[in-house]
Design a protein around this ligand. Structure first.
Ligand SMILES: *Cc1c(COP(=O)(O)O)cnc(C)c1O
Ligand SMILES: [Zn+2]
Length: 444
């Protein structure tokens, strides 16, 4: 048994209820608030910040399974109770931190980076948290707790990650998808991995209600980010970012937000590093929302004094088409701690921003487009100093959203006039026509 320890605690400071991580529980039994994972910092503090950095750096990307995973390389900070043989890992994290040098030059900010979290096993950053949740489930099953299946409601990426990790562990999975609201790639991923896929004639918020009711009645384990085990994996983004900068803290992090678990995960990683002496200052955090699903943005406009869920309208950024985010309280708390900003992006803005940055070598998903558009808008508002170090979190791989990408270039996205369209030139099988086309477009 490891000396490191962690447990669930109610996020309401006046409540203080705690529960073991291997209990099937998602909300506080006393006050119904969300739970969060708390670590025994006294034990973690027995090592200095420098020692932790050395341990994390030593393990990073090595083959010593499972510690080469950038999530499990930080196991003591993430989920110490899982025995190594029950860890379900596919080498998460360690994704490229892309220096967006050319894009930066175009906009006059040189120190700008895109953290390519979508370059991962299932093509989105959801792998980081899912490895933790499914590993805990495997541990619970090994401990003879009866869990017949794991289920989630999803806007696409959570279900892909759940299905893959469960398939790898041999655990049945059930995914609740809003019918016709996810991309083809997002639908085919859980199908391929053998999940039971329920395509329901509702939106994400409707699927979320449904899965919460089912998991309350049956022993089926709930994998949505209301389950704060996933946050523990997602928070390693912050740690890895600093690690990739040689333990330097950036000035700004911009992240797209829907259900809002990730903005608080980001904050949690930084706070833990500060408490345990790995860093001595905090970045500012920007949460970027689609204008069509912007309840956090609306609340930000009145200093978070009021908050109302909205009915999410259709957005190209389908993974954040959420009107009633489950982690709203955690997100607001984080934004207050990190002097945060919330910005929104219209459909036109997110599509153009994604395409503009694609032209400098990336391949952005629409959610990353939301973050990029928010960056451009805040830059116009002179929020950044030109010397600031800025990181944009790219949350999924563009290849999961080819309908969005090709629709943009073909001018087929509804109400969007593509500023950066690039179309194939169709030619007869004729050498001089080919030569002409090249001369007109490149050699003129
Ligand atoms: C889940 C997801 C988000 C938003 O994360 P939340 O924690 O729900 O705010 C953003 N982009 C992509 C691609 C996602 O899958
Ligand atoms: Zn409580």
């Amino acid at each position: 048994m490891s000396e490191y320890n962690a447990w669930f605690r109610c996020i309401d400071e006046n409540c203080d209820e705690t529960y073991p991580l291997t209990e099937i529980i998602y909300r506080c039994r006393k006050c119904n608030n969300l739970l969060e994972v708390v670590h025994d910092l006294n034990v973690l503090n027995k090592k200095s910040g420098t020692e932790w950095k050395e341990i994390f750096d030593y393990r990073y990307r090595r083959q010593n399974w499972p510690y080469g995973s950038a999530v499990w390389g930080k196991k003591e900070w993430v989920c110490p109770l899982v025995e190594d043989e029950n860890i379900v890992s596919m080498y998460e994290g360690a994704t490229n931190l892309f220096w967006a040098e050319r894009f930066g030059k175009q906009v006059g900010i040189e120190d700008i980076w895109i953290k390519m979290c979508g370059n991962s096993h299932t093509g989105s950053f959801k792998d980081l948290g899912m490895t933790v949740l499914v590993s805990v489930v495997k541990q619970m099953i090994e401990d003879n707790i009866d869990i017949p299946a794991v289920a989630c409601a999803s806007t696409g990426d959570t279900s892909a990650a759940l299905a893959a990790y469960c398939a790898s562990a041999g655990i049945p999975s059930i995914v609740f998808l809003p019918k016709d609201k996810v991309s083809v790639a997002q639908l085919v991923q859980p199908l391929s991995n053998g999940a039971l896929v329920l395509s329901i004639d509702t939106d994400f918020d409707g699927c979320m209600d449904m899965v919460q009711r089912i998991t309350k009645e049956q022993n089926i384990y709930l994998a949505n980010s209301i389950n704060s085990l996933r946050i523990e994996g997602q928070k390693t983004i912050s740690i890895e970012l600093c690690q990739q900068f040689g333990w330097e803290v950036p000035d700004w992090i911009i992240i797209p937000g829907g259900n809002l678990g990730n903005v608080s995960a980001l904050g949690k990683g930084f706070l833990m590093m500060q408490e345990l002496g790995l860093i001595d200052r905090l970045p500012r955090i920007v949460c970027a929302q689609a204008e069509n699903a912007n309840p956090l943005y609306l609340s930000y406009l009145n200093n978070f004094e009021e908050y109302n869920p909205v009915k999410a309208k259709k957005t190209l950024a389908n993974a954040i088409q959420i009107g009633n985010p489950v982690s709203i309280n955690k997100a607001i708390r984080t934004l207050k701690q990190f002097d945060g900003i919330v910005e929104q992006a219209s459909e036109q803005e997110l599509a153009d921003a994604a395409a503009m940055v694609d032209k400098t070598g990336t391949f952005n998903c629409p959610h990353t487009g939301v973050a990029l558009a928010a960056f451009l808008k805040l830059k116009e508002k002179k929020v950044f100093d030109p010397k600031d170090k800025i990181v944009i979190i790219s949350t999924a791989h563009g290849l999961k959203f080819v309908e969005f990408k090709i629709g943009y270039h073909q001018g087929k996205l509804k109400n969007i006039l593509p500023k950066h369209a690039n179309l194939p030139i169709e030619l007869p099988n004729d050498f001089s026509a080919v030569k002409d086309a090249i001369e007109k477009n490149i050699l003129n």
